[in-house]
Write a protein that binds this ligand. Structure first.
Ligand code: MRU
Length: 354
């Protein structure tokens, strides 16, 4: 399985995903500004992966702070937090990384600054290791909904490359394959940045998982013909009522699945669930520059000067979502908020395959 990101000797090494699949090149980010650039320019992308990158960016940013007391150290971290938070707004995972760091450090007010610095390095490595474990657990819970012989459609890339490894949406796919089920994956190419084509198809082929690439507008035809058994996608931010923000085109796929009675699952680690937001209407949605639409690999394909809208994510209302696959189990969107309530008996609300 391909390595997305690691922290080596104070340097954040990330696979430059903008060059895949033509070149496999790792970039060494030597300071937090470079990590932020890597996130903004999509060298690394995918909600969990940018959460990990943010944790690592915080860790290497912390090493540069000249402070002798806790409060001074926290003040020095603030520009690091703000720079990382300003990169990409939709995925909640950068915010998650910042809040997690603040919470952990709050319990260490009496420790010397040097030990806080080493703690943040250790913590960033933990975030990476835990992410892989979480994805394997998501895989285990989700695989029960994939039957031998099934054809699974996915959108964008919620695979190893979008995470520390194993992937969220690809978690159940990989687990089903490990269980010996003979399945096939349909990868939407995912215009305009082509994550499905360049990344999902590539990483599944690396691991010998059968994959067929389609243009985004082919999904409806295949669903109507009955050639797809289920959909599994990732999420950048799923909120309390079960609405799901994910790569643009996810909503269309979900509506097409509902129309054709095909189950639509969302793989969502708890780090991508934002219980503080009541509905998808309040999720900040990133809009990116026009060149991603007007150009393909540097070649201008649109009329010069044409007006463009490049909305990077959409919101799929909970009513289109069959189940949300988390590391705690699989839940109906209407029950999701209960995961954040004390004393919930998870077993009583968990979805199980028939
Ligand atoms: O713009 P991207 O490539 O960062 O968008 C990624 C997605 O939409 C993924 O589906 C999502 O982050 C989930 S990744 C496990």
């Amino acid at each position: 399985m391909v390595k997305t990101i690691e922290l080596v000797d104070g340097v954040v090494r990330m696979l430059d995903q903008t060059r895949l699949p033509r070149e496999v090149i790792y970039v060494d980010c030597t300071d937090y500004h470079m990590v932020a650039k890597g996130i903004k320019d999509l060298w690394i992308r995918g909600a969990p992966a940018i959460g990990i990158a943010a944790s690592m960016g915080i860790a290497i940013g912390a090493q540069e702070i000249k402070a002798s007391a806790f409060d001074e150290f926290m003040a020095g971290l603030e520009p690091v937090f703000q720079t990382l938070l300003a990169t990409r707004p939709t995925a909640v995972n950068i915010q998650w990384a910042v809040e997690r760091t603040k919470k952990l450090l709050a319990g260490k007010k009496d420790e010397p600054v040097d030990s806080l610095k080493s703690f943040l390095i250790e913590e960033a490595n933990n975030v990476l290791a835990q992410d892989i474990e979480i994805n394997k657990t998501i895989g285990k819970w989700g695989a029960q909904f994939i039957k031998d012989g099934d054809i699974v459609i996915t959108h964008c890339n919620a695979g190893s490359l979008a995470t520390g490894g194993y992937g969220t949406a690809t978690g159940p796919i990989r687990a089903a394959v490990e269980q010996g089920k003979k399945i096939q994956v349909i990868a939407d190419e995912t215009r305009p940045v082509l994550q499905g084509c360049r990344l999902t198809a590539w990483e599944l082929m690396q691991d010998n998982i059968p994959v067929t690439l389609i243009t985004d507008n082919t999904a409806g035809a295949l669903l109507r013909k009955g050639e797809i058994n289920l959909a599994i996608v990732g999420t950048d931010r799923t909120v309390a009522n079960g609405d799901v923000a994910n790569k643009i085109g996810t909503y269309s796929l979900a509506v097409l699945c509902k129309e054709n009675s095909v189950p639509f699952y969302v793989a969502a680690p708890l780090s991508s669930i934002d219980f503080s937001i009541p509905s998808g209407d309040f999720i900040p949605i990133e809009e990116r520059g026009p060149e991603e639409v007007t150009h393909v690999f540097g070649c201008h394909i649109a009329p010069e000067g044409v007006k463009v809208r490049n909305i990077a994510f959409d919101v799929t209302p909970a009513k289109y979502v069959t189940g949300i696959i988390t590391e705690k189990g699989v839940f109906r969107p209407k029950d999701l908020h209960k995961l954040n309530e004390r004393g919930t008996d998870l077993d009583s609300i968990m979805m199980k395959a028939e």
